[in-house]
Design a protein around this ligand. Structure first.
Ligand code: OSB
Ligand code: MG
Length: 370
């Protein structure tokens, strides 16, 4: 295979409801989509998960666009590769920028799967034909809104509830949900809002029988998480801090976490995600697939990733309807009443891309050819 042309596109999509975390609030998404073309009429789609601002990690839409246009796309164009597994190595000279790398790499995997006429999840070696779904609930305006939101998601069948927390509100948020729903699988995500000085506040969350506490401390920290994990019973799950299989190896070696949230963009694509997966499986560490408020294209990629055997816990991969009035793929992602998504049987990402709708949402577009 050889990529001859790459199209970068920015679309704007309004979330059905604003999403609030410890680091900010999102109403509108700016989403960078990537389409790769080979010389034989093949194509593949990817979505860059870099958010609008560099508040989750260092990546953001505008920066990712430039890194793709000026460095990563030129490193890919015209290069011959036998499988998409070889693509990540082309980007080795660029430090970091995993979301930009991962989006381009994932588009190449989609292209390969389409060319072979098989679903991407099968090409990746996925074994789950149905994946378990959870939801991530942003910080709500009031306790009653929070309880209502949880009620709604449970009624829709979701198998695990994650609530966002932030300093000063952690006990109120987790306690409110736990009091209303004593037995549900529940977890909390702090998005790096605490330090080790808050260890007592965090340890007090042990009272609520959480499945896990996600990324309580700094986005790039491992050492303090290991100390915190020694002090609390609730398993720590790392998100932001796990940017590669190597980081995961080190985190596990020092006991910084017991569970890992895998995001395709954060680790730089499928090749790295599979390395991380194989390492964690060998050590018996459970994985689940995280989300970044993706459009249908990124969501379809997350479904493919979630079919790997080691993804044994429900992920933040949920129905299109929870985010968008109308998604950019057909059919939209739907969740069964049992809280699962069935892996699609069509080739590639397995959903048709609604190009007409994308065209209407596009605010800028740039083609790069060899
Ligand atoms: O930390 O998992 C996170 C959304 C944006 C940035 C970071 C995170 C999230 C979510 C939402 O939790 C997951 C989703 O529903 O897509
Ligand atoms: Mg998280």
């Amino acid at each position: 295979m050889k990529i001859q042309r790459v199209e970068l596109r920015e679309i704007r999509m309004r979330l059905r409801a604003p999403f609030e975390t410890s680091f900010g609030r999102t109403d509108w998404r700016r989403i960078l989509l990537i389409r790769v073309f080979d010389a034989e009429g093949g194509e593949g789609w990817g979505e860059c998960t870099a958010p609008e601002e560099p508040f989750y990690n260092h990546e953001f839409v505008e920066g990712a666009w430039l890194v793709l246009r000026d460095f990563l796309v030129p490193m890919l164009l015209g290069r011959e590769f036998a499988t998409a597994e070889e693509v990540l190595a082309f980007f080795r000279a660029v430090r970091g920028h995993n979301m930009a790398k991962g989006a381009l790499e994932a588009a190449c995997w989609d292209l390969q799967a389409r060319r072979e006429g098989k679903p991407l999840w099968q090409l990746l070696g996925g074994t789950r034909t149905e994946i378990e779904c959870g939801v991530s609930l942003g910080i709500q305006p009031s306790r009653s809104d929070l309880v209502k939101a949880v009620e709604r998601e449970l009624a829709a069948g979701y198998r695990r509830i994650k609530v966002k927390i932030k300093p000063g509100l952690e006990r109120e948020i987790v306690g409110t949900v736990r009091a209303a729903f004593p037995d549900i699988p529940l977890m909390a995500d702090a998005n790096a809002a605490y330090t080790l000085e808050d260890a007592e506040v965090l340890r007090a969350l042990d009272d609520f029988n959480l499945m896990m506490l996600e990324q309580p401390l700094a986005h790039d920290d491992l050492l303090d998480h290991a100390e915190l994990q020694r002090r609390m019973r609730t398993p720590i799950c790392l998100d932001e801090a796990i940017t590669s299989a190597e980081k995961a190896r080190k985190a596990l070696a020092i006991g910084a976490c017991r569970i890992i949230n895998v995001k395709l963009g954060r680790v730089g694509g499928y090749t790295e995600a599979r390395r991380l997966h194989d390492l964690c499986r060998a050590q018996g560490v459970p994985l689940w697939c995280g989300g970044m408020l993706e459009s249908g294209i990124g969501r379809a990629h997350n479904i493919a990733l979630s079919t790997l055997e080691g993804f044994s816990l429900p992920g933040d991969v949920s129905a299109s309807r929870r985010y968008w009035e109308q998604d950019i793929i057909e059919p939209e992602v739907e969740v069964t009443p049992q809280g699962t998504i069935r892996a699609p049987m069509e080739a590639g990402i397995g959903f048709a891309v609604n190009e007409r709708l994308i065209e209407r949402m596009t605010v800028r577009q740039e083609g790069i050819a060899s």
